[in-house]
Design a protein around this ligand. Structure first.
Ligand code: ADP
Length: 518
């Protein structure tokens, strides 16, 4: 720290001049983090970027990003009476949210599906403890509280006000100890983004596409210094927008940002595929750092174990292996052998796959499981696309996959026996009474392989969704929600938790933003 200070004094930039000057640049470097140079590197000017002398537009609340978090935030801010603008850099709305698997964890819902389907017990507390354990206890309990408590009301809100429709199924997915993973009728994130958009726009929020946040305006790093506005690039035009109440960062993760992935976690290899939309780059995290926002846990990056092996795409078929464990789906390698406990978390399954050193691995399921995981129509479409493989017997299925038939038959027979006996001596799988043995065909398989999927780290927030600076103070008028934040999911996010996290925190951010005094 002293050395850094001496260097800065040599360049004629004292801590005082940074704090009292214009917008702080590279302040995170002083906190042991990162330096940003937007002007000529190595000069005093590189440390400052002057506040605009005039504003092109004024809005009460500006939201960056039109995924789950941004739409929920905009809906609530507009509901609180604020004039709300959503900035979206892409030509279409929805980010990763609109293309995600449509999975939503909630201990309950207004249809009381778990009770109706007789799938055992659950509670907010159980959801919370599974989430904390699933993230190796790196998640902050007060943040986890907000989303597990907010999950059910948010789901009912989307049903009641947005017209969201749920499938009559509920899954127990990797790392969860209860059947709490809901799926919408569309079987994809759009089944939630469309209802959220309807609520947000119905309350008057405006979405502006092709408009990219390029800078956050804050006068200085004084704890009392609020966010003043944003600089955006719309086409080739730069504009400055004044924000009178609050700025809400809902700009998603950085799974498509190879440079950031490499910088924070060299174990995420360049050759890995990615499930995300192309806009999942991390420039807004850098902008937040540049105005002294704290960031945390950026090395925690999740691989989705069941992506399409060649492309990394997470299409409708790629969600079946995720939904299947609670109903008895079996994962095998190219030799027809199981390699992991199918009830395990995503990080465990993904690493076990990589360790097989045999791409791809397969999920095996049978006809009777289809209505528990999805729809016959979806499976037929997947077969037509070559994503699912169907056969009358396990031996025939093995032949189609190029797996030795007798080995796959032995594996499936053994697994059926373990299920009947309620004990898996090989991998310690937990069995439940609703699981289905693989005895009756037709049988199905889908190839799967890990791809970069979710970045658990990000901007530091408190339970009010306020952004915290590198010294531990709230940055006035700055909120964040969703994948852009860190500290909720810890080292590993349990599947189906991202959507309730983004929506619950988006709502908190929006409600609080609207309450800010202009
Ligand atoms: P979440 O699930 O947290 O809501 P998403 O990935 O679904 O996250 O949505 C984030 C959205 O933010 C994406 O649509 C993405 O294109 C948008 N976004 C990211 N960076 C910027 C930026 N610099 N300016 C405007 N929009 C951005």
């Amino acid at each position: 720290m002293k050395k850094e200070k001496d260097e800065m004094t040599k360049k004629g930039v004292s801590r005082r001049s940074i704090l009292k000057g214009a917008v702080v640049m590279g302040a995170a470097a002083m906190g042991g983090g990162l330096a940003l140079n937007m002007a000529t590197p190595g000069t005093a000017e590189a440390m400052v970027k002057k506040l605009p002398s005039k504003w092109d537009e004024t809005w009460d609340v500006v939201v960056v990003g039109s995924g789950f978090a941004g739409l929920a935030a905009a809906a609530e801010a507009a509901g609180g009476g604020a004039k709300v603008l959503i900035l979206e850099k892409m030509p279409t709305y929805g980010g990763n949210s609109i293309i995600n698997g449509g999975e939503y964890n909630s201990w309950d819902d207004e249809l009381h599906l778990r009770e109706k389907l007789n799938l055992g017990n659950d509670s907010v507390e159980l959801h919370k403890s599974d989430t904390l354990k699933g993230g190796d206890f790196y998640g902050f309990p007060d943040l986890v509280d907000v989303f597990v408590q907010g999950a059910t009301p948010a789901l009912n809100w989307m049903i009641d006000e947005g017209g969201c429709k749920l499938r009559n199924i509920l899954n127990r997915t990797g790392g969860h100890t209860a059947y709490r993973t809901h799926t919408n009728v569309e079987g994809v994130g759009r089944g939630y983004t469309d209802p959220l958009k309807k609520i947000a726009e119905g309350r008057g929020a405006k979405i502006r596409l092709n408009t990219k946040l390029t800078w956050i305006w804050r006068k200085d790093a004084d704890p009392k210094s609020p966010i003043e506005g944003v600089e955006v690039l719309a086409g080739s035009k730069t504009k400055n927008i004044k924000v009178t109440k609050a700025l809400i960062m809902a700009s998603g993760g950085f799974s498509r940002d190879k440079k950031m992935l490499r910088e924070f976690n060299p174990g995420i290899l360049d050759e890995y595929n990615c499930t995300n939309h192309p806009g999942a780059t991390g420039e807004t995290i850098r902008m937040a750092q540049a105005i002294c926002a704290d960031s945390l846990q950026l090395a925690f990056i999740q691989l989705y174990p069941y992506a399409a092996p060649d492309t990394g795409i997470l299409d409708a078929p790629a969600v079946y292996p995720f939904r299947g464990p609670g109903y008895g789906i079996v994962y095998v390698n190219k030799l027809g052998k199981r390699f992991v406990n199918e009830m395990e978390r995503r990080d465990v399954v993904a690493m076990a796959q990589i360790k097989t050193k045999m791409k791809p691995t397969y999920s095996i399921f049978c006809e009777a499981m289809i209505p528990k995981m999805g729809t016959k129509e979806e499976v037929e479409k997947g077969i037509a696309k070559g994503r699912f493989v169907k056969a009358d017997t396990i031996g025939e299925l093995a032949g189609k996959l190029g797996i030795p038939a007798k080995d796959l038959e032995e594996t499936i027979n053994n697994h059926n026996k373990y299920m009947a006996e309620g004990k898996d001596p090989e991998f310690g799988r937990q069995f439940t009474k609703v699981m289905i043995p693989l005895t009756q065909g037709p049988f199905y398989a889908i190839a799967q392989w890990p791809a970069v999927h979710h970045t658990m780290g990000g901007i530091r927030i408190n339970k009010n969704a306020q952004v915290i600076d590198i010294w531990g103070n709230v940055i006035p008028r700055l909120y964040a929600a969703g994948e852009v934040t860190g500290g909720v999911h810890g080292a590993n996010r349990l599947g189906g938790n991202a959507t309730p996290d983004a929506i619950a925190f988006g709502r908190v951010a929006g409600i609080n933003a609207a309450k800010e005094k202009s």
